[in-house]
Design a protein around this ligand. Structure first.
Ligand SMILES: [Zn+2]
Length: 445
């Protein structure tokens, strides 16, 4: 494998007129920019396979990876026994991805995941507004506003232009019913890319699980009646009101559920368009890269059911004021493709040989050279949270090793697909990339 491959030529143009803030050197007159950046991004957010609803036909639902019957029942406000009966399921615990299920009675429901539309009103475009910001302030999606106004070019809004916007009633969180005695969210309104903490109190001994847009949420029994879990808010999730579904299984086997609203707002992320030459673009599609991603995904899907960290995370490099050269969440589009991706980590500048330290307690689950990510280390912090350290010049740790904050992991380098030495620091929560810097500023949970 070619660990030293570099991106030599990258032409970049910005979709916004702001000056480039991070790590970009360019010649004053040339149009060719050389970008010191690491090209790591998760695939664009897979479009959820949301079934369309028809008044007359029963809803047919295709089981997704990670689905359980109870999640499907909760999602569509249905009774688990009714679904099992309608589909002749002898064992409701055994459903398989790709299997089609009839959801009896779901046809008359509006989409339970989204807010309800009850009318239209007019909005006058103000300076600085975008379709996204306007949609956000009305609990609508940009697609709603574009469709309602038949906008051919939604990027060309004019101040004073009058737009129709939907009047939407956000769904109300359900009132708490026994055995739920308390449910709270660290941020009921949260921006894309952040980590949300959900706290649940229950009357009696129980097991709690959650589901947020197909993301299974593991809950930790912290004390007495109290449980907490971590929810990753995807950096590209459509701003909207979503529901966090909670299921408590009591010691007598009885199952209770509750749904709590989470309003997601657009994150303050920059965007950039990147042109890759043909051979590079091709390289990024190879089987090897897919294998590498799958290898990591298999590791971060293994949940250690307790937190191994304590308090805020330290920075992974020793500098007093670490120099961030590329921020988490920056939207990227490649070669005019409409697929949107984003920068899945925080890049730190520095130089080859700069020591890298563990930011918190955890267990090393991967320490080896990878094609794209170079010399890579992945640390399991428990509760579905993992931190990754890519492009190192040298790795010091081995898999299975327990880490305390400040323990040496390895040294900064330029291995893998990079244009220059840097540390790409990536956090995965339930497999979803979240902003690492939130974890250095806040003591989670
Ligand atoms: Zn990076």
């Amino acid at each position: 494998m070619n660990h030293q491959t570099r991106f030599k030529r990258l032409a970049i143009h910005r979709s916004q007129q702001r000056p480039l803030r991070y790590g970009v050197a360019y010649s004053k007159y040339g149009s060719l920019l050389v970008l010191v950046i690491c090209l790591l991004w998760p695939a664009a957010l897979a479009q959820a396979d949301s079934p369309t609803l028809d008044q007359n036909k029963p809803l047919i639902y295709t089981v997704q990876t990670g689905d359980t019957l109870i999640f499907i029942a909760l999602k569509y406000n249905l009774n688990l026994a009714d679904i099992a009966l309608a589909n002749h399921l002898r064992n409701p615990g055994l459903i398989l991805p790709g299997q089609q299920l009839i959801l009896p009675g779901a046809s008359s429901l509006s989409n339970p995941e989204s807010a309800e539309r009850i009318g239209e009103q007019l909005h006058t475009v103000q300076a600085g507004e975008t379709i996204g910001s306007i949609a956000n302030s009305y609990y609508a999606t940009p697609a709603d506003v574009i469709a309602l106004n038949r906008l051919d070019n939604p990027d060309l809004l004019q101040v004073g232009q009058i737009l129709k916007v939907p009047v939407i009633q956000p769904p109300l969180s359900e009132p708490l019913v026994w055995p739920f005695t308390g449910v709270s969210l660290s941020e009921p309104t949260i921006i894309q890319g952040r980590t949300l903490v959900a706290r649940v109190s229950l009357a009696g001994e129980a097991t709690v699980v959650g589901d947020f847009e197909g993301q299974p949420i593991f809950f930790y029994h912290s004390s007495g009646a109290d449980y907490w879990g971590l929810v990753a808010i995807h950096a590209l999730i459509e701003p909207n009101v979503y529901q966090l579904h909670l299921t408590a299984t009591m010691s007598d086997g009885q199952i209770y559920s509750h749904a709590e609203n989470v309003k997601v707002m657009e994150g303050p992320y920059d965007s950039e368009a990147i042109l890759l030459d043909g051979s590079r673009a091709e390289l990024l599609q190879t089987e090897l890269i897919k294998e590498e991603r799958e290898k990591l995904a298999a590791l971060w899907s293994q949940i250690t059911p307790r937190p191994l960290w304590n308090g805020p995370f330290w920075f992974p490099i020793a500098e007093e004021a670490p120099r961030v050269t590329s921020a988490f969440g920056t939207r990227r589009s490649y070669n005019d493709s409409s697929d949107l991706s984003f920068h899945a980590g925080t890049d730190f500048g520095g130089g080859v040989g700069e020591p890298i330290y563990a930011p918190a307690g955890g267990i090393v689950v991967l320490a080896e050279p990878l094609m794209v990510r170079g010399n890579a280390v992945l640390i399991d912090h428990g509760m579905g949270l993992f931190s990754g350290y890519w492009h190192q010049s040298k790795i010091i740790v081995t898999p299975g090793q327990h880490m305390e904050p400040g323990d040496l992991i390895g040294y900064e380098g330029d291995t893998g697909l990079v244009t220059g030495p840097h540390l790409h620091w990536e956090f995965r929560l339930n497999g979803i990339a979240v902003d690492p810097l939130q974890w250095t500023r806040e003591s989670i949970p």
